[in-house]
Design a protein. Structure first.
Length: 299
């Protein structure tokens, strides 16, 4: 029902690209250009400055973007509420989740959710925790799910699942060399492969180390990798140790590919959290967060 011209402008403004907007909205680039020009003609302003192949918002464009975000949000709420009068759940749900949650916790839940609510259009951004928070600030997603270690004051965090990070090694390459239990001194010497800066996993590890007066720089970190899957693949051919979510290695532990190495002085506990902009939680987000909690309770 919403004015497609606003959707076209909003997509161009957020992507700063007419090409990306056409791909996002599944229409031709000339059609996107036409809609933006109609808005410029309507308000007698220029919305974008063009410098070569790059564009930027003018002052008028920034004002329109600010209003556009609120207007499109109200259109989504209107659509949801009108269908709800007929007991129909129709709408859009834009999710962002940290890599661990997106890969190891969400897939079975999303499958069940889309079966129960087939008329809710779901999209998911899979990235690290800092990027999820940034996407919320930019109104690119409605609800985030992250490892809530560092908390932004403008966002609301609600824990929904307890997780444990476990040190693991490959049984094939290291079984005879690494004991089942390490002291802190032995941990300092152990070659490690860890997640990248900005990941909630690395943030959680650093916080637990700090409680013991340790810095990450005091450990023997051989490599930082951008996903838990890449760490797991690396460990299969390496004599290093990784520290990853227990959810990420359940299958490998059962199959005897990896084993856990205890460090009694360190317990890497954390919570997965729903995160949203204060006071701006969409109805579809409320439905989804409630559904996730129900699924986890039954599990």
């Amino acid at each position: 029902m919403s004015d497609f011209r606003l959707k076209a402008f909003y997509s161009v403004a957020k992507n700063l690209s007419f090409t990306k907007a056409s791909q996002e909205l599944f229409v031709s680039q000339p059609a996107i250009t036409k809609h933006v020009r109609e808005l410029e003609s309507l308000y007698q302003v220029r919305l974008f400055d063009r410098l070569g192949n790059k564009i930027s918002l003018t002052e008028a464009g920034r004002v329109l973007l600010e209003h556009c975000e609120r207007i499109l949000q109200e259109y989504r709420k209107l659509e949801f509420d009108m269908h709800l009068l007929k007991n129909e759940y129709v709408g859009q749900l834009r999710l962002g989740a940290s890599t661990t949650i997106a890969q190891y916790v969400l897939p079975p839940i999303l499958a069940r959710f889309t079966e129960k609510y087939p008329q809710i259009e779901v999209s998911l951004i899979d990235t690290n925790s800092r990027n999820v928070e940034q996407a919320l600030h930019e109104h690119a997603i409605d609800l985030g799910m992250i490892e809530g270690v560092f908390r932004a004051p403008t966002l609301k965090y609600e824990p929904f699942l307890c997780d444990e990070l476990v040190p693991v090694v490959s049984c094939t390459n290291t079984d005879s060399e690494i004991p089942d239990e390490l002291t802190l001194d032995e941990l300092r010497a152990m070659p490690l492969v860890l997640r990248e800066r900005g990941s909630g996993t690395l943030d959680a590890i650093e916080m637990v180390l700090a409680e013991q007066g340790l810095k990450l720089s005091s450990l023997n970190v051989r490599m930082h990798l951008g996903s838990t899957e890449s760490i797991k693949s690396f460990l299969r051919y390496s004599r290093c140790m990784g520290i990853v979510s227990i959810f990420a290695v359940e299958r490998e532990l059962k199959e005897g590919l990896f084993r856990i190495v205890e460090v009694p002085e360190l317990t890497f506990k954390r919570h997965f959290c729903f995160v949203s902009v204060q006071g701006q939680e969409a109805e579809t987000s409320v439905i989804f967060s409630r559904f996730v909690r129900q699924c986890l309770q039954s599990r």
